[in-house]
Write a protein of this length. Structure first.
Lengths: 472, 93
């Protein structure tokens, strides 16, 4: 029998606010243990939480960017569980009135992953388990999170991978989180079940907790899918449980019996007043949202005429897109800047995080200046390319590297001389060419380029060389 | 009413040890507490928003960092500490 994978995601995204959700301690990552703490975030009696306005704003931004409806009235609830990472023995979260609901993220195969809800909550502290005891650091306790919950709409591991990447890009574009999975500022829980293909009924699901890399998510999902299929095939039952994925052994194992929702004894947090969101405020936030990667990509293709593959590369990171837009501003052909960036500038940024930051030695303005020189015919493509390499190396401007005499290409008589010399100095290439090896002409063009220090127009030189050989 | 099983379940979730001879009394007491709390269900609640009686909303704080407390103060009331951390009994089984 064939089986279908059914999965849903719960993603925690740490918001990049300056302060924690209910107190004014810093959210900076790391720091000496328990130095980013105050009586509120270590849960001392008699303290009162006060909601960070920015957290509400960021959650609404995230909601709008994922096509959610924004609640007019929302509130905070207490989720009770007893574990030392929560000093109050409850987490302040949202239960039945989340800020955002009913959104979606569209995938490239045309399917939509529905987003059930996005709510705000506080992060827990960090535990370090030792033999016999546990150390608790509350620096992370109270850092604001949004939890993005999808419907069980995933049917393949590839869809899951694309979703996580898209979500990550969107959150970075709108500036609400850096989504660094390795630092834990984005973490995924995945609910997985399997069912016979064609069946409508959902199978028993398991939940894999706290995964912090797209590769692990994919591997864990694949493992869990085959484990569940094997169980069913051999007549056993899948037990509803919470699992941990071990990336060393590439297996999942049980964590603890899952408490039912009732056991969290959710109730309204009486210390925090109602959140009301005026429609005018939602509009204001909507206005301030940047163009999202998907829309940008489509515009690059339809309006600028870029190939889709270029558009994908240029829009994946917001800073790259901003760079491209500045560099191509006012230039004749949108493809020119795209080629320079993808072909040459990308070579200087290797890792994903370097692309994310996109701190390159050539500023967008300087690249734009170079392209303008090219457009106006002051320099030729070869010189532009070699100049860009020098600009990347030295950080200098094109005008500093190209002298007046380099501009305007070569005088026709100088080019004629050089071409003649090229033919005279390369008898082997000439005979190869005559014998039918058309590529042999490139060696002679190379000679011209070298001796004109890149100033010659390569296409024109090639034409002239062929003429000389033919007329000889 | 409350059943003995429910009392045991709550005790386990609350990490409380309940001796056998305490269960009957606890079940009776809890039942009485809950039926007392149930009287609120008889109140006329039409059109009354119970969970926001003071009608307050949007008490926000600006996102500005205030220096945190010295660690010595933060750890002052800790029962046990080590390496700048609160020290608790091992909770992993």
């Amino acid at each position: 029998m064939k089986y279908e994978l059914v999965a849903g995601f719960e993603t925690h995204v740490e918001l990049s606010t300056n302060t924690k959700i209910f107190c004014s301690c810093t959210t900076a990552f790391g720091g000496e243990p328990n130095t980013h703490c105050c009586p509120i975030c270590i849960g001392l009696p008699g303290t009162l939480p006060k909601l960070n306005k920015k957290v509400v704003e960021y959650a609404i931004r995230a909601g709008l960017a994922t096509n959610c409806e924004i609640a007019e009235i929302s509130k905070m609830d207490r989720k009770n569980y007893c574990y030392p990472d929560l000093p109050k023995a409850y987490q302040i979260s949202q239960y039945d009135k989340p800020l955002c609901e009913h959104g979606y993220i569209a995938l490239s195969n045309g399917r939509k992953i529905r987003i059930l809800r996005i709510h705000i909550e506080e992060d827990a502290g960090k535990l370090v388990h030792r033999r016999g005891d546990t150390l608790v650091d509350y620096n992370r306790g109270g850092v604001p999170l949004i939890e993005i919950v999808t419907e069980p709409d995933f049917r393949s591991v590839d869809e899951a991978k694309e979703y996580v990447e898209k979500l990550q890009n969107i959150m970075r574009y709108i500036g609400v989180s850096d989504c660094k999975m390795q630092e834990g500022s984005m973490r995924c829980d995945v609910n997985i079940s399997v069912r016979p293909e064609g069946s409508e009924k959902l199978g028993t699901r398991t939940e894999i907790k706290n995964m912090n890399s797209i590769t692990f998510i994919a591997k864990a999902m694949e493992y869990e899918y085959s484990r569940q299929v094997d169980l069913i095939e051999s007549g056993e039952k899948v037990i509803q449980e919470t699992l941990r994925y071990d990336d060393v052994t590439n297996t999942t194992s049980g964590m603890r019996g899952k408490e039912d929702a009732n056991d969290y004894r959710y109730f309204r947090d009486p210390d925090l007043v109602t959140i009301t969101v005026p429609r005018s405020y939602v509009e204001e936030i909507k206005e301030s949202l940047p163009e999202l990667p998907e829309a940008k990509k489509e515009r690059y293709v339809s309006e600028l005429g870029l190939p889709e593959s270029d558009a994908i590369l240029l829009t994946k990171y917001r800073k790259v897109a901003e760079y491209y837009e500045k560099a191509s501003e006012g230039t004749k052909n949108p493809k020119t800047a795209a080629n320079f960036i993808i072909g040459q500038i990308f070579r200087s940024v290797e890792t994903e995080s370097e692309k994310e930051e996109f701190n390159v030695s050539v500023s967008a303005e300087n690249l734009n200046e170079l392209i303008m020189m090219l457009d106006s015919g002051k320099i030729k493509m070869n010189l532009a390319k070699s100049t860009l390499d020098k600009m990347l190396e030295t950080g200098k401007k094109a005008t500093e590297l190209i002298s007046e005499s380099d501009m305007g290409g070569l005088d026709d008589s100088v080019l004629n001389d050089l071409c003649r010399q090229a033919v005279e100095n390369n008898p082997k290439a000439v005979s190869d060419y005559i014998a039918g090896k058309e590529k042999a002409v490139k060696a002679m063009v190379g000679f011209v380029m070298k001796n004109s220090r890149g100033k010659a127009d390569a296409a024109l030189a090639e034409q002239k060389i062929i003429e000389i050989i033919k007329n000889a | 009413m409350v059943s003995k099983e429910e009392i045991m379940k709550i005790a386990i979730l609350s990490k409380l040890f309940v001796a056998d001879d305490e269960i009957d009394k606890l079940t009776k007491d809890m039942g009485e507490i809950i039926s007392f709390a149930d009287t609120i269900n008889n109140a006329a609640d039409e059109g009354v928003e119970f969970d926001n009686i003071n009608n307050l909303s949007n008490a926000f704080r600006e996102d500005e960092v205030v220096p945190s407390y010295d660690r010595e103060k933060i750890l002052k009331n800790a029962k046990d500490q080590d390496d700048g951390c609160f020290l608790v009994k091992n909770i992993m089984k």
